[in-house]
Design a protein around this ligand. Sequence first.
Ligand code: ZN
Length: 208
Amino acid sequence: MQTLTFQNQKITPCKIVCVGRNYVEHIHELGNEIPDEPVYFIKPNSSIGSHLIAQEGLHYEGEMSFLIQNRKIAGVGFGLDLTRRDIQSRLKAKGLPWERAKAFKGAALFSEFVYIDDWSDLELRLYKNGELVQQGSVKQMIYKPDFLVEDIERIFGLDDGDIIMSGTPKGVGEVSAGDRFKGKIYQDGKQLVSVEFIANAADRNLLL
Ligand code: ZN
């Protein structure tokens, strides 16, 4: 099983529940409609990776990610919801499930997670090759973290160590070999978490 780090302890998430459309400007950027209920999809433990591998049609989505303990938010980390946008667009057009585009091996990358007791003033930033490409705060979310925890617990159930990826702000884009990504989470303007991912060229044998 794949593991994450929370306060220097190893955590084995059973699943990652992702929120599909939670920032208005990102919804417009992909030409989607504002949902009347949250859009959820799930990445399994096996989608957690440790390296960023560039491949055809791969998009980054930087996301504030929450670690659950006792059905409550215990920690926050920076997550990359990696998406094969070419495959997702094809599946969406046919009304088919998204797993091939969202739940493949290595489709979820995370920083370490750190303890928080208040999520109200969190902000995310993602830099690509030194340029700020994504920025979002809890205040901009359509569905706030406490609502998401309650709703997801009611529908899917939440186990200790599960992760909620709370959606991506506008500014998603392609991943190319050699790109350097820096993801950061701030609370009240103070940096809580910082992580760097460098995109490696895909080993042809591993291409999906
Ligand atoms: Zn996402």
